[in-house]
Design a protein around this ligand. Structure first.
Ligand SMILES: Nc1nc2c(ncn2[C@@H]2O[C@H](COP(=O)(O)OP(=O)(O)OP(=O)(O)O)[C@@H](O)[C@H]2O)c(=O)[nH]1
Ligand SMILES: [Mg+2]
Length: 267
């Protein structure tokens, strides 16, 4: 059984930075981890890239040869990835042992989980190769300043969750930039009633029904939960990683082994 994180979220939300911090953390604690770049537009990396979509296809070539713009070019590259899952991804995965921990640094284009099935197929491919996969959705805390932005962030995350059907962890990134932590507290694990009254205050009375339906939806999917991540703090990275590990049952086999040898159990 292998383990994988699919790191997703809007452009600039801090996915690649998270990946490199995670890499450094794991290195420091002596834990094996491999980061894979799935962003054909990425150029600089702060982490050693285990393997890279740019070895399969180059965005530059696509834009030049097909006359596509950067976003159309990216979609083309991702569709190309989808067509090559069986060859390319299978071959790359063969370089890793059965129980390895992989982290996929994805592009930020929202179309990737709202319009096209590439990431869904990617995930299904990983699952068929016996990987436990977790969706790690990063949202920039800078946008968590009022309820309308919060709801819109939730909706984007929800659309990824519905598309991918994966265990899902929401992370509020860039907490070091938040000067007033109290403002954010309102949105970390908010009461649906609080969100609804805030929304109703912000918007005209004609939206009351829609607001109620939105909050109920968000509540039903248990979406209303974000883990704050402050990359300056080792403890924060450790906590986030522990939450994700639980989601993909990483470390549980190790626990069983320890329990097997527990002398207390012998009588
Ligand atoms: N202060 C602060 N800045 C951050 C943090 N994480 C990322 N950034 C900055 O935010 C910008 C975007 O970060 P990236 O990690 O490239 O974001 P990304 O989600 O990978 O972006 P795309 O790949 O373009 O979608 C960069 O300028 C980072 O330096 C953080 O925790 N704190
Ligand atoms: Mg990136």
């Amino acid at each position: 059984m292998g383990y994988a994180q699919l790191v997703i979220g809007p452009a600039g939300s801090g996915k690649s930075t998270y990946c490199s911090s995670l890499y450094r953390h794991c290195e420091a604690v002596g834990r094996s981890i491999h980061i894979i770049n799935l962003d054909p537009a990425a150029e600089n990396f702060d982490y050693p890239v285990a393997f890279d979509i740019r070895e399969l296809i180059s965005l530059e070539d696509v834009m030049e040869e097909l006359g596509l713009g950067p976003n159309g070019g990216l979609m083309y590259c991702m569709e190309h990835l989808e067509e090559n899952l069986d060859d390319w991804l299978t071959e790359e995965l063969e370089n890793y042992l059965d129980d390895e921990y992989l982290v996929f640094d994805c592009p930020g284009q929202i179309e990737l989980f709202s319009h096209v099935p590439v990431l869904r197929n990617f995930v299904d491919h990983l699952k068929s190769r016996n990987y436990n996969v977790c969706g790690v959705y990063l949202l920039d805390s800078q946008f968590m300043t009022d309820v309308t932005k919060f709801i819109s962030g939730c909706m984007a995350s929800l659309s990824a969750m519905v598309q991918l059907e994966l265990p899902h962890v929401n992370i509020l990134s860039k907490m070091d930039l938040v000067s007033n932590k109290k403002d954010i507290d309102d949105f970390l694990e908010p009461e649906p009633q609080f969100l609804l009254s805030e929304l109703n205050q912000r918007m005209g009375p004609q939206f009351a029904k829609l607001n109620k339906a939105l909050i109920e939806l968000v509540d039903e999917y248990s979406m209303v939960s974000f883990i704050p991540l402050d990359l300056r703090k080792e403890s924060s990275i450790k906590y986030v990683l522990a939450q994700i590990d639980t989601c993909i049952q990483f470390g549980e086999d190790a626990d069983v082994k320890i329990k097997d040898f527990d002398p207390e159990d012998d009588d």
